[in-house]
Design a protein around this ligand. Sequence first.
Ligand code: PEP
Ligand code: MG
Length: 761
Amino acid sequence: MLEPLKTLRLIFQEAADLHQSAQLLDLIVARVQAALGADVCSVYLLNEETSELVLMATRGLDASSVGKVRLPKGEGLVGQIARHQSLLNIPDAALHPAYRYFPETGEESFHSFLGAPIISFRRLLGVIVVQRAQREFFSDEEEAFLITVAAQLAGPIREILDKSPLITEQVADDDALQSNLKYKGVKGASGMAWGTLYWVSHTHQLSEAKEDYCDEPDAEIERFRDALSRAKQELRAGGERMQSSLPKDVQALFGVYRMIMEDKELAREIENHIQGGWNAETALRKTMESHARIFESMDDAYLRAKAEDIRHIGERVYASLMGNEKRAPLPTKGQVILIGRNISIADIAQFPAQRLAGLICTSGSSLSHLAILANALGIPAVMGIGEVKASLLHGREAVIDGYRAIVIFNPVANLRREYRKLAQQEKKLVSGLNELKDLPAMTPDGFRVKLMANTGLLADITPGLLHGAEGVGLYRSEIPFMVHESFPSEDEQVALYRSVLEAYAPRMVSMRTLDIGGDKPLPYYAITEDNPFLGWRGIRFSLDNTSIFLSQIRAMLKASSGLENLRILLPMVSQIEEVKAFRVLLDEALEQLRSDGEEVRCPEVGAMIEVPSVIHVIDQLSRYVQFVSIGSNDYTQYLMAVDRNNPKVSELYDWLNPAVLRSLHGMIKSARRYQLDVSLCGEMASDPAAVLLLIGMGLDMLSLSAYNLPKTKWVIRTVPKSECDKLLAKALKAENPKETRKMLEATLDRYGLGGLIRAGA
Ligand code: PEP
Ligand code: MG
């Protein structure tokens, strides 16, 4: 009996040890061929740009035909399967009218043919085929086997394609680098860049360390301990070197590395391996790999990103075991794009900031520390592009489209010119927009909008001010908590909050109390829940941890003493009782501080509108708060029941959905009715198309990341409110978000703002 699940389990188990996507396809064809006892198993993947199906892996056909056999969708048997998205089972392939013969494959000796489409979430990814020499149909059981395997493998294959959609264009031989080699990764930081690639290599790669034994475990343990302490020292020195160039909270990322290095359990595990006979390098690799894998297999995106920190630390200790590293010299002139498997903050610190145009990381995610840093510094970055050949790339040119998370290596002259132009235009756009810095965000027909900055890292303060922010609409206080090693003390918080409040005074700063839980866990406070987005999040967590909450409120009040520009914003409010409970704590904090002789004033209090339940009790809410701020990111996710971080449903997550627009419109009207100040601080305020509708709704305060601020201001200063009103009326009647986006983008184009559509993507 065929056992598809057993085959799949074997594939998934072995796949965990693979480093490259091509190896996964090889593994699939080998396992499926063996399980079915077929003569041939092949996988063809769809190149979406050319609409061709390309042979990517085979067992049984001539291996040299891989990458060369290409069939347009609809042509040949494989093309037919792709076009009709259905199974094909035929006893003699050559007799089928759609059959196309490729001499290089040597397939003439195989007659029976069974192929199934590989489809993931309605998207055709490719076709899997098995063949035999006999002229006979494959059995029903074999059909069922192939369908099951194709369905189950669609997910991992989709990941391969998403990382590297033009997989077929990858380099075939070691000596040549193909032009326009395009890779898709995940967004690290927005922006366009071009420059010369500098491969950040660590001469010694832990992943390449050969397995070896040691004769004297005690001496080997000593060797490991020495290496560990040298690595710790280097890290400390790196942190000190960067003290002046990076804001304090970004430097705190060093603390996270230090914590891993000082983890006694981890060191003990490595030493146990050495006691068991392995040499220090092997013991280190085994331990770090197994820990990194545990994090990689976690559902939570933030915890998955921790795998990267662990690997990075492993590399550092390994380098220290192996002795000095040699670095390639920096190109003498021009812009540099750093690329590497594991770029650390310390690596970045070695390069002059004015020459650093972009960052490309073969691993990592949008939540990795490198991405946080790139955003803070305003450097375009693409993460997780997958394996690439270092030796071929170093010193070559590349272009980065941080908006779409695309990298093109070795671009041909005209593409390079095109991207260079785009990068310069974008620079000009941003600097041109900066000229708007001191001009008000006012529509041509006189509707004035206040544009505020979203911040969380101290690194965002200067960009916010430089881009003309009129205050801070959202200070995400959980970010400093997240990059810290433990709950920050009250004094540490006071210093941190004071620097933000002082930088913006007398402009208003809305400081949001701790919003952890959901997708924002604290590294030092594990919360395990089946449904974290519906669980212990935001104000719920804070109210249950009174001392942490009280200390944060006290810190905010103390920090604002004498400045009086603080407003306190409460996250994830879902019922009035939560606000009332907060007010009790606020009064308590005020009383405590006043009795200590501190001069503190009661700040304005606001609630985030993120959970749809509160919009139905706005009248009651208005008795306890002075303002509300719409968190459109969470609001959209809770209204539509679509996880904002789940790529499987990401197409359903759209704030232009008529349900979101109608409810926001109604909500804004009722907030006004009850004299509440209302603003919006989600990503929607950075989407130029959505901004048109928000203006139509009469929203006069938006808060967004500093780098997007000028673009939103340009939209406001260009399109009259009267036009926005008409667009809103149409959008409210639309049946789907696509229709609305098309209409809004056409409007932006008409007003000469087409360039922003790309930038807003
Ligand atoms: C939001 O939900 O829109 C918001 C601004 O909060 P955060 O993205 O920090 O959850
Ligand atoms: Mg939120």
